[in-house]
Design a protein around this ligand. Structure first.
Ligand SMILES: C[S@@+](CC[C@H](N)C(=O)[O-])C[C@H]1O[C@@H](n2cnc3c(N)ncnc32)[C@H](O)[C@@H]1O
Length: 275
């Protein structure tokens, strides 16, 4: 949801304190403006505490990084907006550990939001490319200046065979409504021998639809790891959803549909073409 301009002005005012688990506005607001700010802060998990010693919106999690993401994007997560739930810092650390990015590794973040994963991958000295469908978030990514390339567009519409160099690492927290399709598509951009680390909804472990069953088989055939995250892992991003980390390595025995695998598939021959 778009943060109203006057609420954004209040929250980015140098006097406003965003620290630890609190957001405190130590100056007078008119009732209407306060109500709209209160609505936004409550929507992302804050609760007004009027005790004299507090007088702030208090959150059940450290709120600084999350608020920084929201204020940079000018919005807060809403299920109506392509599922933007920034990856919380603890989950990012976990993902980096599994990804083992080395200096000069190429890294793709195919649904990059405002860069929670991309920034940390760049700090690990990866060469990071980002894709993001939402123009506001793509703008934030460009402003961050950590990515070699930011493509604003639909990742699912990009052709993996159109790239010359597949990636060493794929790090992703895709929109949960279509997470399997995003991960399957991302594998097409991965090098043979590369690693994909994705946050996914826990439902991929039990859903009965055919794509979910085939996905689980692919994971099992390739000795992928599915690691449960704590039930409240996404609370810092305002989402109450159970999640897992998926780690897939495209080793020599792999049957994953990587970039190389796609290239090895026979081309459709147009046998009936006329000269
Ligand atoms: C769950 S958020 C994750 C953001 C970021 N990866 C992070 O970890 O903070 C999913 C992001 O995917 C973007 N998105 C949704 N559909 C997309 C698509 N088809 N192509 C590219 N990005 C997409 C959304 O706009 C949103 O920013």
């Amino acid at each position: 949801m778009q943060i109203p301009a006057d609420v954004l002005t209040v929250l980015t005012d140098p006097r406003t304190i965003i620290s630890g688990d609190r957001v405190a506005v130590p100056f007078e607001l008119d009732r209407d403006l306060y109500d709209r700010m209160n609505k936004m802060l409550k929507d992302v998990g804050g609760r007004w505490d009027g005790h004299k010693a507090v007088r702030a919106h208090v959150f059940p999690f450290p709120v600084e990084q999350f608020m920084r993401d929201c204020l940079a994007a000018g919005e807060w997560p809403s299920k109506f907006e392509q599922g933007w739930y920034p990856t919380p810092p603890k989950v990012v650390l976990d993902m980096l550990e599994h990804a083992s990015i080395r200096v000069g590794h190429t890294v793709l973040e195919p649904s990059a939001g405002t860069g929670s994963l991309a920034v940390r991958a760049a700090e690990e000295m990866g060469i990071v490319d980002c894709v993001e469908i939402d123009p506001r978030r793509a703008h934030v990514l460009r402003e961050l200046g950590v990515a070699r390339q930011v493509i604003q567009g639909d990742f699912l519409g990009l052709d993996p065979l159109a790239i010359d160099e597949p990636y060493d690492r794929i790090l992703m927290n895709p929109p949960f409504g279509n997470a399997i399709a995003h991960v399957m598509h991302a594998l097409g951009f991965m090098k043979d021998g590369g690693t994909l680390v994705a946050v996914m909804p826990e439902s991929i472990t039990w859903r009965l639809e055919r794509p979910a069953q085939e996905f689980r088989k692919l994971i099992a055939d390739n000795k992928g790891e599915v690691i449960s995250l704590p039930g409240d892992a996404f609370k810092p991003s305002g989402a109450d959803v159970r999640t897992v980390l998926l780690v897939l390595d495209g080793g020599p025995e792999s049957t994953l549909p990587t970039h190389g695998w796609n290239q090895r598939q026979p081309r459709q021959l147009d046998l009936f073409a006329t000269a």
